[in-house]
Ligand binder design. Structure first.
Ligand code: IDP
Ligand code: MG
Length: 172
């Protein structure tokens, strides 16, 4: 089970117990913002039942890009990738839910959007291996590092939603 209990102060000073599930990092890339796809992309995660627990707009620096894409800096396409992700703002988000890392990657689809299945974000909204509208962490370990890279602890929120109890069965 990928959740733990955390206690927060309720509205009437009563302690409220909220279930904190797995979290993962999303970057809604500059191409998505330029194309007016931010709302469309965020709404897909909301509709799936993921809770947005962190959200900000930022412009990546070259240093941040090199850190985030460290596994790609030696690739021939890296200079173009760095230019692409640093020249315009993007939106970073942390979403929370059951098996968030794996399920979010399924919703996002494979890197090469031209071959991404219809119904995935990349499959529906891009036809490129590079300008593929969204980043999502690829493992629980990466998610922890990437959330820390883009968000300070006080920028992440633990809160209940009125429909929380409708999202999962009690044994999930
Ligand atoms: P991912 O985004 O699906 O996790 P990664 O291999 O981690 O894929 O690559 C990070 C990003 O680098 C991709 O989303 C894409 O924007 C870019 N990229 C990856 N491979 C290529 C390539 O072969 N050509 C151009 N850009 C690429
Ligand atoms: Mg990746």
């Amino acid at each position: 089970m990928d959740r733990c209990r955390t206690q927060v102060q309720g509205r009437d000073s009563q302690e409220e117990v909220i279930l904190m599930r797995e979290r993962t990092l999303l970057l809604i890339k500059p191409d998505a913002l330029q194309r007016g796809l931010l709302g469309e992309i965020l709404s897909r995660f909301e509709r799936k039942g993921f809770k947005i627990v962190g959200l900000k707009m930022l412009q990546m620096t070259k240093d941040l890009a090199k850190e985030h894409y460290a596994h790609l800096v030696s690739k021939p396409f890296y200079p173009d990738l760095e230019k692409f992700v640093t020249e315009h703002p993007l939106v970073a988000a942390v979403v929370e839910g059951k098996e968030a890392v794996e399920v979010v990657r399924l919703i996002v689809g494979p890197t090469n959007a031209s071959r991404a299945p219809a119904g995935t974000i990349r499959g529906d909204l891009s036809n490129s291996t590079s300008r593929n509208v969204i980043h999502a962490s690829d493992s629980k370990e990466t998610a922890a590092k990437e959330i820390h890279r883009f968000f300070k602890p006080h920028e992440l929120f633990e809160y209940g939603l009125s429909h929380d109890s409708w999202l999962y069965a009690t044994d999930e």
